[in-house]
Design a protein around this ligand. Structure first.
Ligand code: IPD
Ligand code: CA
Ligand code: CA
Length: 270
C-alpha cells in the first residue's frame, strides 16, 4: 500500500491488515466520487434538506465490498445501508461515511470526504479520511500518531480565543436545534477571530488535526461523521469531549474537538 508504506513498516500484522483495507476502500470511494463530481446528479431526499446522491450509494457499495472481502465477519455501521445503532455494537465494527459533505458535493462546492473508522468497543483504533478534491489522505492509528499524505500532523498551539479559527456545523434537524445553535453562535462569534461552516464534519475534524482549524463543535452528529476524525484529533495532540468537557464516544451526538489549549475556553462558551 504505497500511500502509507512508511507508516506500515513499524506496525503489527493486524494493524497492517486494517489500515491497508481501510485506506484502499477510502481511495477507491474517493475515485468513484471524483468521477461523478462533474456530472449531473441523481438526488433523492432523505428528509426536507437531507440529500443522498448516486455518489453516496456507489461509494458505500465499493467500501462495503472492499472491507467485507478482507473482514467478512466484522460488523458494519454505514450511513446509507446499515445505520441503526439503537443497540451499540460491541467488539470490532467498521464505521463508514461514504461521502461526508453530500450537500456540498451536490452543489459543486469542493469540500467533502470519505471517512472510515475501525473501532473496537466504542473506541476507534484506526481512522482514515480522504478528500478527493485535494487528494489529501489523513489517517491515524491508536498510539501511532496522525498523518497527512505521509507526514506527521499536529494541532495548533493557539491559546488565545481571539486568535482562533473555529468551525461548526448545522444538523439536518434545524428546527429542533435552532435556538441552541443561534445561542452558541451569539456567544462564540464576538470571541473568536472567525468561524467556518465547511459542511463536512469529518473533514472539519481532519482540519483540526492538521492545524488548519483550532477547534470544531456541532450539536447533532452521527458516529460515521466523527469516529475517524476523533482519533485523528487525539493522535495529533488535541482533545475531543462533549460540550462540558466530559468523556466522549462517537455515539454521543454533540462533539467539541480542539487543540486542547482552547478547550476549556470554548467549552465555557458552549
Ligand atoms: C453532514 C455533514 C455536515 C454536518 C451534518 C452532517 P453528510 O454529513 O458532515 O457538515 O453539519 O450534521 O450530517 O450528510 O453530508 O454525510
Ligand atoms: Ca456525514
Ligand atoms: Ca454521508
Amino acid at each position: 500500500m504505497k500511500r502509507i508504506e512508511k507508516w506500515l513498516a513499524g506496525a503489527d500484522h493486524q494493524t497492517v491488515r486494517v489500515a491497508e483495507t481501510a485506506v484502499a476502500a477510502a481511495l477507491e470511494a474517493g475515485s468513484i466520487i471524483s468521477k461523478l463530481y462533474g456530472n449531473p446528479h441523481r438526488i433523492r431526499m432523505k428528509g426536507a434538506i437531507d440529500l443522498v446522491t448516486e455518489a453516496d450509494l456507489a461509494a458505500e457499495k465499493a467500501i462495503l465490498a472492499g472491507l467485507s472481502r478482507e473482514f467478512p465477519e466484522t460488523a458494519v455501521l454505514a450511513e446509507e445501508s446499515s445505520s441503526d445503532y439503537t443497540r451499540i455494537p460491541s467488539g470490532p465494527v467498521w464505521i463508514i461515511d461514504p461521502l461526508d459533505g453530500t450537500t456540498n458535493f451536490a452543489h459543486g462546492f469542493p469540500y467533502f470526504c470519505v471517512s472510515i473508522a475501525y473501532s473496537i468497543d466504542r473506541q476507534t483504533e484506526f481512522g482514515v479520511i480522504y478528500c478527493p478534491v485535494l487528494d489529501e489522505l489523513f489517517w491515524a492509528g491508536r498510539a501511532s500518531g496522525a498523518w497527512l499524505n505521509g507526514k506527521r500532523i499536529s494541532v495548533t498551539e493557539t491559546s488565545v480565543l481571539l486568535e482562533s479559527l473555529l468551525a461548526t456545523g448545522f444538523p439536518y434537524d434545524i428546527p429542533g436545534n435552532l435556538e441552541r445553535i443561534i445561542a452558541q453562535l451569539h456567544k462564540m462569534l464576538p470571541q473568536v477571530r472567525d468561524l467556518r461552516r465547511g459542511g463536512a464534519a469529518a473533514l472539519d475534524l481532519a482540519f483540526v488535526a492538521c492545524g488548519r482549524l483550532d477547534g470544531f463543535w456541532e450539536v447533532d452528529l452521527k458516529p460515521w461523521d466523527t469516529a475517524a476524525g476523533q482519533l485523528l484529533v487525539e493522535e495529533a495532540g488535541g482533545v475531543v469531549t462533549d460540550f462540558k468537557g466530559g468523556a466522549w464516544t462517537p455515539y454521543l451526538p454533540e462533539i467539541l474537538a480542539s487543540n486542547s489549549r482552547l478547550h476549556s475556553q470554548i467549552s465555557r462558551l458552549l
